[in-house]
Design a protein around this ligand. Structure first.
Ligand SMILES: Nc1ncnc2c1ncn2[C@@H]1O[C@H](COP(=O)(O)OP(=O)(O)OP(=O)(O)O)[C@@H](O)[C@H]1O
Ligand SMILES: [Mg+2]
Length: 423
């Protein structure tokens, strides 16, 4: 085990902070430590109270370190919030080598040229993703390394965010004694754990619905082309239920989760497989007697009517983003929903109705080990960041020592070596 490379991920969400520690080999990413704690000091994906956020991150980190038996000195960190945007940019250079063979240096130079767009000083680059290379006018080149040519061009997607928001997040992580390996935008991270190659190639929207945000990324031709974060999430649905039912937020959240859970059982009991599953649940009324409300049951239809307006609003905003990106009618693989909010009761029909495209809910895949706790869609971003981090570490051939030295205040360059993102 000590010879394995280790990778750690901290997903600082609006509802939860999740830390995952995994060992990586050529073949697999295996989780050896995991912990989820309630988030504090984060609103709509961004840090609003450093001390509270540090407390939550420290608690999550400590628990996962204890479980894995390894101290953590650096981590990949997810970044989220409506300050995140993307632009597409073009770069062009002359191939430098005398025999006109394209080298890694040329690829780096052309990618640097593409990111030389003038961002205001308050913005920070998060990802520089090459989408397509063009060699002497020949489009559609996925990896130009070793090809012959004199003119190299690249189309990139640049994902950037607010410097203060990113610095505040970095401060929180550094304060718990961990340096930031890299920041990973949350829905880009989720794409690593939930999207298929076919979906990315055909064109799809990935929407990670969290507690305070819905972060969106559009893929087309195999790579990302548009990113945005909507300030709407599961907490808005809970708020609406609390108002509609005149109940506390705590009770509204429990009712929302119970509705989702019973819906699962109802779907399964259409074909009961054991005694536990043949439990009788009224299909019209939800039993809420344990919550001391005026009534002991509430109609499912009433609950659904309250929740569906918010879901409609969310998907209408998604449709507007797709229009802004100029992809209306061009995404045959439809929308893929993930994040804890994707478990909201009956969400799929609303997504299909508003967006007029196929829709599915996705759980994260691609890692092994201690994954029982992190199988649900709420962990797609954390697991995706793990896969992203493992890929970077393998590509760069770096050995992360489990007892490596801390480098406080160090934030690795905002993006790793571009080779790891080649389409
Ligand atoms: N079974 C369920 N039914 C309905 N909603 C659910 C269910 N499970 C979780 N949620 C909702 O998912 C949300 C939390 O999702 P998640 O853990 O992905 O958020 P987060 O990553 O902390 O937040 P964000 O990404 O917005 O910063 C909560 O609002 C919660 O109510
Ligand atoms: Mg999240």
């Amino acid at each position: 085990m000590p010879k394995d490379k280790l990778v750690t991920v901290i997903d600082v969400g609006s509802c939860k902070v999740a830390t995952i520690i995994a060992s990586i080999t050529e073949e697999r990413v295996s989780v050896i430590g995991v912990s989820t704690v309630l988030s504090k000091g984060i609103r709509k994906g961004v840090v609003v109270d450093i001390d509270s956020a540090v407390e939550a991150i420290a608690e999550s980190l400590e628990k996962s370190q204890r479980m894995s038996g390894f101290p953590v000195s650096s981590a990949f960190v997810t970044v989220n919030g409506s300050h995140i945007e993307s632009i597409n940019s073009h770069g062009v250079v002359a191939v430098s080598h005398q025999d006109s063979e394209i080298t890694e240096d040329d690829i780096k130079r052309v990618t640097d040229a593409a990111q030389a767009v003038s961002l205001p000083s308050s913005r920070e680059m998060i990802h520089v993703i090459p989408r397509d290379f063009i060699v002497d006018g020949q489009e559609g080149v996925h990896d130009p390394l070793g090809m012959s040519g004199v003119r190299l061009e690249v189309e990139t997607n640049l994902i950037h965010g607010s410097s203060p928001a990113i610095k505040n997040l970095a401060k929180c992580v550094i304060q718990v004694g961990v340096s930031v390996e890299d920041f990973v935008f949350s829905s880009y991270a989720s794409s690593y754990s939930v999207l298929t190659d076919t979906e990315k190639e055909l064109g799809t929207i990935l929407l990670d619905i969290g507690g305070g945000t819905a972060s969106l990324i559009i893929f087309c031709g195999g790579s990302p082309c548009y990113s945005s974060v909507l300030p709407v999430g599961g907490q808005n649905i809970t708020n609406d239920l609390a108002i509609g039912l005149r109940a506390s937020l705590d009770v509204a959240e429990k009712i929302k989760l119970k509705l989702g859970k019973e819906d699962e059982i109802i779907k399964r009991t259409a074909f009961p497989t054991n005694e536990e599953e043949s439990v009788q649940i009224s299909r019209n009324e939800l039993d809420v007697s344990e919550f001391n409300l005026d009534a002991s049951t509430i109609s499912r239809k009433l609950l659904y009517d309250i929740m569906k307006e918010r879901m409609r609003e969310l998907f209408t905003l998604v449709a507007l983003e797709v229009k802004k990106a100029n992809y209306t009618g061009k995404l045959p693989a439809g929308i893929v929903l993930t994040g804890g909010g994707s478990l909201t009761y009956n969400i799929i029909p609303i997504a299909k109705e508003v967006l007029k495209m196929p829709a599915r809910i996705a759980k994260p895949r691609g890692v092994t080990g201690l994954i029982d706790e992190i199988e649900g869609p709420a962990y797609s971003a954390a697991i995706g960041t793990l896969i992203f981090g493992a890929k970077q570490i393998k590509t760069q051939g770096r050995q992360l020592s489990p007892r490596g030295n801390l480098v406080p205040g160090f934030i690795k360059g905002a993006f790793g070596w571009v080779k790891s993102f080649l389409p």
